[in-house]
Structures are given as structure tokens and as C-alpha cells.
Design a protein around this ligand. Structure first.
Ligand SMILES: Cc1cc2nc3c(=O)[nH]c(=O)nc-3n(C[C@H](O)[C@H](O)[C@H](O)COP(=O)(O)OP(=O)(O)OC[C@H]3O[C@@H](n4cnc5c(N)ncnc54)[C@H](O)[C@@H]3O)c2cc1C
Ligand code: FES
Length: 254
């Protein structure tokens, strides 16, 4: 697929994963590394970044106009896809994955490739837990829910004390930024930020490094081109965990 050209794909299957999250399977396989993303054109609405949950699917949480328009679509409808873009995760040896909410989605290809040894999975409530069966079949799974309806009653970050970080060569994280910032603080305390690989979200317009909308302070790193996966030591002393920029470029607290 040409890097800049959206390709029309047909939605072949829609899976209701949780009350707020659906997987859209399409009729084309995209050769991507785990953690890479695509720009999804929702006809007449917007073009938005989405991680790939498999070579031929995205897993989407409904939050605003474009995602709501996706949720209104049916099997047989067409969307546009361009990419894959970004660096993705890079692992070898033993890997710990930490996923919160829909953030488990870009981690799923790592699981499918047999590259995750232990997965810490969190969600607000039991019905919002993503991919539990698929993860359980491939990795040791530990669950946390904010309301205690499944697994540990509390935040997924509290499960980190139950594993030995020294056992893992890589720690791959994706989820809400407050949760990822809490993981970064733990890795910093344990002196192993360089083993953390954080998949971060920033507002994206072009997805290919041209518009600057996804640049992060203070280094000007572009999340679409230099990320979306960054090592923990790169994120220390950056805007990460403090603020991000919206569509107009204005700062908003995360
Ligand atoms: C590299 C990357 C991978 C992503 N992968 C996934 C994924 O696998 N599944 C998924 O559900 N979402 C993913 N997102 C987030 C997704 O792009 C946004 O949820 C989407 O753009 C919102 O579009 P909207 O028009 O529905 O909402 P909008 O109306 O644009 O916004 C609704 C709310 O979502 C927030 N939002 C808007 N854009 C983003 C953004 N880029 N990141 C985070 N929050 C945003 C806004 O602040 C607002 O509060 C990813 C984002 C990035 C940058
Ligand atoms: S989205 Fe345009 S530079 Fe990253």
C-alpha cells in the first residue's frame, strides 16, 4: 500500500467487544509491526489514527464524531485506510505488557505473535475488559478493575508490585496517559525506564510527519513519525503525563 494514498476497504465483520468498544474487520491484510497505526478515513466525517489490533482490524472506542460515525456503519460499508505508520514495539526476550481500556488493542498483535509472557490488563469494570480469552491463551494474565468486578480491585498499575520487573527485558504499555505516567514513575523509581516502551496518543492530522500537530515538548519529537512508541527515558522530563495539544494546538491537561 502506498504510504500516502488511502485504500478503500470493505468492513467484513463488526465484533462488539465491550459495551463501548467494537472491532472492525476489513477485507485487506496490512503488513505491519505490532504497535504500528493506520489513518482511518471515515467518509464525510474525519480521518483519525487507530492502532491495528490485527493485520486486518482496528478496535475502536466510541468517544466523538468520527468514532460515532464508525459505530453507525455496517458490514459491507467502506472506509479508507492509509499506512501502516510509526515505529511499533520492538521486543526480544521476555516481555511484560500493561494495557488499560482500549489501550490493550495495539498490544494484541504482540500477544498474537507469542511475544508477551505476562499481561497486566485493566479496565473500569468487568464488562469493559478487552481480549481476555485471547490473552489468557497466550500469556499469563492478571486483571484489575477500578470497581472490583473482576480481578484486583483497583488500578492496573497496582498489579506491577506482584511481578518482578527484573524478569522482563521489555515492558510495553498502552492506555490512558495518567495510567502510563504512573507506570513511568514506577519504572523511574526502579531504575529501569529504558526498558519501558510507551505507545502514546497525540492529536494527529497528517500521520506522516508533515503538519507538526503531534509534536511533543521539549524535543519536538513527532508522535506519528518518531513514535507512537517511545522509550521511558525519552519521556522523562517531557510534556508526557502533564499536557497535550488539541486540534488548535492549545495545551490541555492530560
Ligand atoms: C497512534 C494512535 C493510535 C490510536 N489507536 C487507537 C485505537 O486502537 N483505538 C481507539 O479507540 N482509539 C485509538 N486512538 C485514539 C483515536 O484516534 C481517537 O479516539 C479518535 O481520533 C477520536 O476521534 P473522534 O472524532 O471520535 O473524537 P473527537 O470528537 O475528535 O474527540 C473526542 C474525544 O477524544 C479525544 N481525542 C481526540 N483525538 C484523540 C487522539 N488522537 N488521542 C486521544 N484522544 C483523542 C478528544 O480530546 C475528545 O475528548 C489512537 C490515537 C493515536 C494517536
Ligand atoms: S500528525 Fe502531522 S506531523 Fe504528526
Amino acid at each position: 500500500m502506498h504510504e500516502q494514498m488511502p485504500a478503500g476497504v470493505m468492513i467484513t465483520e463488526i465484533v462488539e467487544e465491550t459495551p463501548s468498544i467494537r472491532t472492525f474487520v476489513f477485507d485487506r491484510k496490512i503488513a505491519a509491526r505490532p504497535g504500528q497505526f493506520v489513518m482511518v478515513w471515515v467518509p464525510g466525517v474525519d480521518e483519525i489514527p487507530m492502532g491495528l489490533s490485527s493485520p486486518s482490524s482496528i478496535t475502536v472506542q466510541k468517544v466523538g464524531d468520527a468514532t460515532a460515525a464508525l459505530f453507525a456503519m455496517h458490514e459491507g460499508d467502506r472506509i479508507g485506510i492509509r499506512g501502516p505508520y510509526g515505529n511499533g514495539f520492538s521486543v526480544s526476550g521476555r516481555t511484560l505488557a500493561i494495557g488499560g481500556g482500549v489501550g490493550a488493542s495495539p498490544l494484541l498483535p504482540l500477544v498474537a505473535a507469542g511475544q508477551v509472557d505476562t499481561f497486566l490488563l485493566g479496565a473500569r469494570t468487568a464488562s469493559e475488559l478487552l481480549f481476555t480469552d485471547r490473552i489468557r491463551g497466550a500469556a499469563a494474565l492478571m486483571i484489575a478493575t477500578d470497581d472490583g468486578t473482576a480481578g484486583h480491585h483497583g488500578f492496573v498499575t497496582e498489579l506491577i508490585s506482584r511481578v518482578d520487573l527484573a524478569d522482563f527485558d521489555h515492558i510495553c504499555i498502552c492506555g490512558p496517559e495518567v495510567m502510563m505516567a504512573a507506570v513511568l514513575a514506577i519504572l523511574d523509581r526502579e531504575g529501569c525506564t529504558e526498558r519501558g516502551q510507551f505507545s502514546i496518543n497525540r492529536y494527529m492530522k497528517c500521520g506522516v510527519g508533515l503538519c507538526g500537530s503531534c509534536c511533543t515538548d521539549p524535543h519536538g519529537l513527532r508522535v506519528c513519525r518518531d513514535g507512537p512508541v517511545f522509550s521511558g527515558d525519552v519521556l522523562l522530563d517531557s510534556e508526557f503525563g502533564h499536557y497535550a495539544r488539541d486540534a488548535s494546538g492549545s495545551r490541555r491537561r492530560v
